[in-house]
Ligand binder design. Structure first.
Ligand SMILES: [Zn+2]
Length: 84
């Protein structure tokens, strides 16, 4: 099993499916963003999942919650995000 699959499995245990939303039940950053710690560094779960599906966020672009689709603070679903 590759490291990606292992990572994905451990993440899955902390995600609750709610319709098309994926609600994070793990740790959140001070400002409410779902995070995990990797090697002492903060990793944003939503970005991790989005990049797993779509590839790396291109230089100069940012990942944003699409507020017209999702207002759930702890939702980490890639489908609820888009590049700006
Ligand atoms: Zn959502």
């Amino acid at each position: 099993m590759g490291s990606w699959q292992k990572k994905a499995m451990s993440l899955k245990r902390r995600i609750r499916q709610q319709g098309r939303h994926q609600i994070w039940t793990g740790r959140v950053h001070g400002d409410g963003y779902p995070i995990i710690m990797r090697g002492g560094k903060i990793v944003f779960v939503a970005r991790l999942l989005w990049e797993k599906r779509h590839g790396e966020v291109p230089e100069g672009r940012r990942l944003r919650k699409r507020r017209e689709l999702c207002t759930l603070a702890k939702c980490v679903a890639p489908g609820c995000r888009g590049l700006v």
